[in-house]
Design a protein around this ligand. Structure first.
Ligand code: FAD
Ligand code: SF4
Ligand code: SF4
Length: 1021
């Protein structure tokens, strides 16, 4: 009886839950419909969109009700009003890089970063800017730089974090010792209040306040009651508010109590979207320092580095930053940051980066001199590196800025360096003692951690490695958080010094601020937001810090047998779930990752969006079916498989491979489209094109034929097709009279000094970057890829001529495709067959140490990067992978060794060369060898385009539905850079698609670098 009652209860409970669930779904649908009626921006309430916005860079995850993308302030007001009608909360969001969970919640998320990102005005004379909330710091700084100005606070996320988010968190950065926090630079804000009314917040004199207080509006009520609230709590504020200035926790009642004016603009800074939504901000700008120098102190322990901080502060620095061994080691493993390792001296346990700025170089250097003397006198550190020029600073700055991201990269599975005690700050004078106590806490709980921080302001970013899914770890995390909170209170410091409270620290605000002050903060919240509709549960009335944990909530991964091997814990889902949402893939104007985000500014077209979507699909009970879903396909569709994320993402999320695998599952469900089959079999097509040339070239230029091809195959008619060469590379190689002559004895002095010191340095750098230095000469395999062979054999001829001139005996590998095209189309089984054939042909010579080279980076590097994943059980795949070399590496060594002599007076000597590297090259091996080889041309002035993927990405730019995006990506940086060059500049690009894209987008011919170097060859006498 009892059992059946229980069963009936459970059944009834399940039924009620079902009903509640379906009611919720119906409400959500109604809400979405209502929102679509009132706003001009997009409304996305589907499961994937909700998933994409359920995470920020914290350890938390909460699925929102839906996401909207407002276009203007009226949209924001309409969302808030409509959400109120439905009784649901809203949550404003910028880039979602918050570390404490304040950018997630069960609310309607307003993504203000997408459309509300205009700089409205820069008033250079008054040194201020008016911006929409979605403006990114770097975007503002680039615009302000034209006037010699910048925004003072600089977070490490400055290339993607928004001004709205900085205001929400009261963010600060490495230069806060000089520029303070965001609150110090906010002059006025236009906001939407919780009742959807608009208000202009700025400092008000008492008369102005009284005037506003008389209005029967919510703003009137705030102006009426807030000063009284502060006054009533004056004693609590004096006693309870932490004295240390670097504060981003709680509501700023302290500022209110101190000020003669009511400055609501400053008051709401740091309120994490819980009091107002900012729709426009007026912020102060500061003069950008003209000169900067950096000293990098080398220390044998983190403690020793922290102890050197006080001396550094006495020299008037603009920043003092700490990096510990964990981060140094991690930077050595990433191609992006490897340069740091080569300039450090010895094996430091910690580094202190001390920055000095000045109006003149001498002024900046004087600070550095003072510091060096002082550290020497007091015996701090064993070496100080002086980075005075911009060039010498670039590697340092890159690593320093990526520090926190690199630390996150040390995750293995669910064991991650988590942010829960990562934002405390104490007076710098106390930092050494405080850090020692902090370490004791971690040691006592058996936790290891990475240390990184802004020592100049006593701010320490400590991230203990914790696996929250392991037994007892949640309790350990909580115990450590509480002990650190008590420690920071003991030292008179702050628990949140720039990252805010969010879900990680809001719970502790009663303990941090005391009962009276905490109650005053709750009253403040009620005053601004009586219905508790603005990002509830943050700052006050928060859930426990151990609720809503992302890793804990993730269901165990159902089995899924992926075709590719993902070399991380958790297989394919683990590979996607490495993403810690730090948002570097949302950067707008630098580096390579992520071109589709740069062009669309849409979260779902960023690496992060795709990774989150994949984690969701792979967590469903039937991952194979989920991977075949249209919506997921749509989210992954604009990924160009450029591989930039594999190297630039600190966590190494490899979306290109994840997309291949997903496409394969999609084909399983829907069949392989004809176009994918066509592009996947590109070698056969190109071979046929070459055999029947010039007919296909004539057809390719015939408009009606192109239009038909667009209709039938989806190949755009807007772009010229590659031209096939009848005399293809294989045919030329077989029929040519013989190899080019080897260098005459007089030109090959092996014992003599290298041709030029620069070439020699570059050669040794390239050699050390490769897994093993190439032999000086001998047998070599040249990969006759499917593009060069049939459409640009001249590139292959030039490369072979150079290699033979350098003394290599070239064997052409032209028996089959590497499989790149098939992989990119998700035809993994076909790619595996191709890879297996290639491995069969190349493994024996590769095992003998014969290098495998090729001029098309995407094909050559498929052997290096993809084969081990495609053929995980075949050890020969690794042998072949290890044998691959860029020909530039070998040629550079030949130039340095005197085996290849470049003439002083060739047609290319003394020319300016603008080089664009292929994105796979940039991601997997870098462009250093190519740049160095070009620079070895006498007198050449070689520059590299600072652009990511050209937008072509193999077949992507030929696909009718992708053509426009492909061109938009080209227009981001590559086309303008090429157009800005004089007609006499030689344009160079390693990728065949890049050369096609440059020609199509700019009308300029681009050459493969080796074609240029061939023209620089000395004449054989
Ligand atoms: C690797 C890494 C390094 C970091 N380094 C630093 C650092 O050096 N210094 C630092 O201070 N922080 C740092 N952060 C934290 C974070 O990047 C900053 O706080 C940043 O300013 C947040 O900007 P966002 O656009 O991502 O804001 P979001 O995370 O989207 O939002 C932040 C908060 O502001 C609110 N908000 C957003 N827009 C509005 C608006 N229009 N009106 C009202 N409220 C709004 C949100 O609701 C949320 O509560 C780092 C984070 C990461 C992942
Ligand atoms: S994909 Fe990489 S860069 Fe992008 S958010 Fe995730 S971890 Fe960061
Ligand atoms: S492969 Fe390229 S386009 Fe795709 S997610 Fe990575 S960076 Fe973006």
């Amino acid at each position: 009886m009892a059992g059946s009652a229980q069963r009936a209860d459970r059944a009834g409970g399940a039924q009620r839950a079902d009903m509640a669930g379906s009611a919720q779904r119906a409400d959500r649908r109604d809400l979405a419909v209502a929102l679509r009626k009132v706003i001009s921006g997009e409304v996305r309430f589907d499961a994937y969109s909700r998933r994409l916005f359920s995470r920020d860079a914290s350890m938390y995850a909460i699925e929102p009700l839906g996401v909207v993308f407002p276009r203007h302030a009226d949209d924001v007001a309409a969302v808030i009003s409509t959400a109120a009608d439905f009784g649901v909360p809203v949550l404003p969001r910028g880039a979602g890089t918050s570390l404490a969970g304040q950018a997630v919640g069960k609310a309607v998320v307003m993504d203000l970063s997408r459309h509300m990102s205009q700089i409205i005005e820069i008033d250079a004379e008054r040194r201020l800017a008016r911006v929409q909330p979605g403006v990114v710091q770097e975007q503002l700084n680039l615009a302000a730089a034209r006037h010699g100005l910048m925004f003072g606070p600089d977070t490490s996320t400055s290339n993607r974090a928004t001004l709205g988010g900085m205001i929400g968190n009261n963010s600060a950065g490495s230069h806060s010792v000089r520029y303070g926090m965001t609150i110090d630079h906010v002059l006025a804000l236009d906001v939407v209040l919780s009742d959807a009314s608009r208000a202009g917040l700025r400092p008000l004199s008492e008369a102005e306040r009284v005037g506003r207080a008389a209005r029967p509006t919510l703003e009137g009520a705030i102006c009426r009651d807030l000063p009284g609230l502060a006054e009533r709590n004056r004693a609590a504020i004096a006693a309870g508010f932490p004295r240390y200035w670097r504060q981003s926790g709680g509501y700023r009642l302290d500022r209110l109590a101190r000020s003669a004016e009511l400055d609501l603009a400053k008051f709401v800074v740091g309120s994490e979207g819980t009091l107002v939504t900012v729709v426009e901000a007026t912020v102060a700008l500061v003069p950008a320092p003209r000169h900067r120098v950096i000293a990098v102190g080398h220390f044998t322990s983190t403690q020793a580095a922290i102890e050197a901080t006080e001396d550094a502060l006495a020299c008037g620095p603009a920043a003092v930053e700490l990096l510990d061994r964990t981060i140094i080691e991690l930077s050595r493993q990433k191609i992006e940051y490897r340069a740091l390792g080569s300039i450090l001296v010895g094996d430091p346990d910690a580094l202190l980066f001390v920055t000095f700025v000045g109006d003149t170089p001498a002024e900046a250097v004087a600070g550095l001199d003072r510091l060096e003397r002082r550290w020497q006198q007091h015996g701090h550190g064993y070496h100080t590196l002086r980075a005075v020029t911009a060039a010498s600073q670039s590697a340092l700055l890159r690593v320093r800025q990526a520090g926190l991201g690199l630390l996150m990269a040390a995750s293995t599975g669910a064991r991650r360096p988590l942010a829960f005690v990562e934002d405390t700050a104490v007076e710098p004078a106390m930092l050494a003692a405080y850090t020692a106590r902090f370490r004791e806490i971690l040691d006592r709980h058996g936790l290891t951690a990475g240390f990184y921080g802004h020592c100049s302001v006593g701010c320490l970013h400590v991230r203990p490695f914790v696996d929250l899914t392991a037994p007892g770890q949640r309790e350990t995390m909580r115990a450590v958080a509480e002990e650190v909170r008590d420690l920071v209170i003991e030292y008179g410091g702050v628990n949140s010094s720039e990252h805010g409270d969010g879900l990680a620290r809001s719970e502790f605000n009663r303990a941090v601020f005391g009962d009276a002050l905490y109650e005053a903060m709750r009253e403040t919240k009620r005053l601004f937001d009586p219905g508790n509709r603005l990002n509830p549960g943050k700052i006050v009335d928060a859930p426990a810090m151990t609720d809503n944990l992302r890793d804990v909530a993730l269901a165990a991964a159902p089995p899924y047998a992926s075709r590719l091997h993902f070399d991380v814990a958790g297989g394919m889902r683990g590979a996607a779930d490495r993403c810690m949402n730090i948002g570097l893939c949302r950067k707008g104007s630098t580096g390579v990752m992520c071109p589709s985000y740069m062009a669309t500014r849409d979260e779902e077209h960023s690496t992060r969006g795709r990774a989150n979507a994949l984690v969701m699909a792979l967590s469903t009970p039937d991952p194979a079916a989920a991977l075949g879903e249209e919506r997921l396909h749509e989210i992954l569709d604009l990924c160009l498989e450029c591989k930039a994320c594999k190297s630039e993402c600190p966590l190494g999320v490899d979306m290109a491979s994840l997309k291949s695998e997903t496409l394969a599952a999609y084909h399983d469900r829907h069949g392989v489209p004809l176009r994918a089959r066509m592009f996947g079999s590109i070698r056969a097509l190109n071979r046929m094109g070459s055999a029947t040339a010039p007919l296909p070239n004539l057809l390719g230029g015939f408009r009606p034929a192109r239009r038909l091809a667009e209709r039938w195959f989806g190949v755009t008619a807007a772009r010229p097709l590659p031209r096939f060469e009848r005399q293809n590379l294989s045919r030329w190689f077989r029929r040519r009279p013989g190899p080019a002559p080897a260098p005459p004895a007089s030109l090959a002095p092996p014992a003599s000094p290298p041709a030029s010191p620069a070439a020699s340095r570059a050669a040794s750098a390239a050699a050390s970057a490769a897994s093993a230095p190439p032999a000086a000469a001998g047998e070599l395999i040249f990969l006759a890829d499917s593009f060069t062979t049939f459409t640009e054999p001249s590139v292959g001829r030039a490369a072979i001529a150079l290699l033979e001139r350098a003394g290599w005996r070239v064997r052409l590998e032209d028996a089959g495709c590497c499989g790149r095209a098939s992989l990119s189309k998700g035809l993994i089984d076909q790619a595996r067959q191709m890879a297996s054939g290639m491995v069969g042909r190349l493994a024996e010579p590769a095992d003998r140490g014969v290098p495998v080279v090729g001029v098309e980076p995407s094909c050559l590097l498929t052997l290096r990067d993809e084969y081990p994943a495609v053929l995980p059980a075949d050890p020969r795949a690794r042998t072949v992978a290890a044998a691959t070399r860029l020909p530039e590496e070998l040629l550079l060594a030949a130039v340095a060794g005197g085996r290849l002599v470049l003439a002083q007076d060739s047609p290319v000597s003394g020319k300016r060369i603008l080089f664009h590297g292929h994105c796979h090259q940039k991601a997997l091996v870098g462009t250093a060898a190519t740049m160095a080889l070009l620079r070895s041309i006498p007198g050449a002035d070689v520059a590299e385009v600072d652009a990511g993927c050209c937008g072509m990405a193999g077949s992507f730019g030929f696909e009718a539905e992708h053509y426009k995006l492909s061109m938009s990506i080209g227009e981001l940086r590559l086309f303008p850079a090429v157009r800005a060059e004089a007609a006499s500049t030689i344009i160079a690009a390693t990728g065949v698609s890049c050369r096609q894209q440059i020609a199509h987008g700019t009308g300029r011919k681009a050459w493969h670098p080796l074609e240029i170097v061939e023209q620089a060859l000395g004449h054989v006498s």
